[in-house]
Design a protein around this ligand. Structure first.
Ligand SMILES: NC(=O)C1=CN([C@@H]2O[C@H](COP(=O)(O)OP(=O)(O)OC[C@H]3O[C@@H](n4cnc5c(N)ncnc54)[C@H](O)[C@@H]3O)[C@@H](O)[C@H]2O)C=CC1
Ligand SMILES: O=C(CO)COP(=O)(O)O
Length: 346
């Protein structure tokens, strides 16, 4: 049994705390909102983020960060990407002992184009990027909290840390794999949110399953194209944090990115959609980063570009679909298949 702190009491932080409590760990769930800590401790509920879920009594919520991390062996960071730097600065100030840092956040910082493990290492000087672990994969909090079968991947350059994280979380309802390709795992988890926004827009416009299957497949091709240009293993995009997470986020009503896209497709404005959601919709910031990445790396990402135009240039979604459908003719297998072919047939 380990003593662990989960930083961020949104839907995902709360669901991961439940997995850890089921594994008999002592779980301290930190939130920056005092009233939320009180509600979790007194009512064993987190109604705003995870409706109708009973939180096990052995999960204790904290508002004081230094108390939450005192004596723990692992810290699991689960706040939205935009809050990572701020939260890690606070952690750096209060952490007295060296711990294993695991994050479960899915995003890329616009402008700097840094992944979350890089942001953590930048803000917490006693940790190197190689030591950080990411947990990612097709895993909606709503289903994890109900102990429905779920599979994820943990990844770190430090194999010992990845294996520690695997042991911490794995149980009969929550199966955990390991991977050494943290670049591919973080990029897959972040970039699928853009395609999920697109799937929601497509559904909001009234298009059908054919369109969604096309978005998932061609979206995977452009994620893999960008990822491999940055040095990721193309096979990672065929795994749980790649195609697995694309499928779940593009097809599940639980997905915040899909739901936000759906409202955009129905004609709502971005600001109104985000206000209505009231939860992290990571794809909105990540599409800025991916658009910039694609320009800098000279990588073709037409779906990402179209979604960027809908979100930030007020482009009409129907017009974007027309543009995507009337692009120059090409061979299909010039993407992921070709990358794999190149790597494994020589
Ligand atoms: N909800 C899900 O099913 C899953 C979410 N994720 C990822 O987990 C991350 C967190 O997402 P959710 O839990 O869904 O978000 P959420 O919107 O449900 O909760 C976010 C939490 O972070 C807190 N927060 C926001 N800014 C903060 C700050 N500056 N300092 C401290 N706390 C702050 C909020 O108060 C809230 O408790 C995202 O990157 C998301 O992509 C990953 C897998 C599944
Ligand atoms: O990453 C997720 C599921 O694996 C959650 O996706 P949303 O943030 O779109 O809800």
């Amino acid at each position: 049994m380990e003593k662990v702190a989960v930083i961020g009491a949104g839907s995902w932080g709360t669901a991961l705390s439940i997995v850890l409590a089921d594994n008999d760990h002592e779980v301290r769930l930190w939130t920056h909102r005092i009233e939320q800590a009180e509600a979790i401790n007194n009512l064993h509920r987190n109604e705003k983020y995870l409706k109708n879920v009973e939180i096990p009594k052995q999960i204790r919520a904290y508002h004081d960060l230094s108390e939450a991390v005192d004596g723990v062996s692992a810290v699991i960071v689960v706040v939205p990407t935009k809050a990572i730097r701020d939260v890690c600065k606070q952690l750096q100030a209060v952490l007295k002992q060296k711990v294993t840092i695991i994050h479960a956040t899915k995003g890329i910082e616009p402008v700097t184009l840094k992944r979350v493990s890089q942001l953590i290492a930048e803000e917490m000087e006693q940790y190197t990027e190689e030591e950080i672990v990411v947990l990612s994969g097709p895993s909606h909090a709503e289903e994890v909290a109900l102990r429905q079968p779920t599979t994820v991947t943990v990844s770190s350059k430090d194999a010992k840390n990845a294996s520690y994280a695997q042991d911490l979380f794995i149980n009969d309802a929550f199966r955990v794999y390991t991977s050494p390709d943290i670049l591919g795992i973080e990029l897959g988890g972040a970039l699928k949110n853009i395609i999920a926004l697109g799937a929601g827009i497509s559904d909001g416009l009234g298009y059908g399953d054919n369109a969604k299957a096309a978005l998932i497949t061609r979206g995977l091709a452009e994620i893999a194209r960008l990822g491999t240009s940055l040095g990721a293993n193309p096979l990672s995009f065929l795994g749980l944090p790649g195609v697995g997470d694309l499928i779940v986020t593009c097809t599940s009503v639980h997905s915040r990115n899909w739901r936000a896209g759906n409202l955009l497709g129905k004609g709502y404005k971005l600001d109104d959609v985000l206000e209505q959601m009231g939860m992290a919709v990571e794809g909105v910031r990540t599409v800025k980063a991916a658009y910039q990445f694609a320009e800098e790396q000279d990588v073709e990402m037409p779906i990402t570009k179209g979604i960027y135009q809908i979100l930030f240039e007020e482009e009409n979604p129907k017009k974007v679909v027309e543009q995507l459908m009337s692009r120059t003719k090409r061979e299909e297998m010039d993407d992921l298949a070709a990358l794999l072919n190149e790597r494994y047939t020589q």
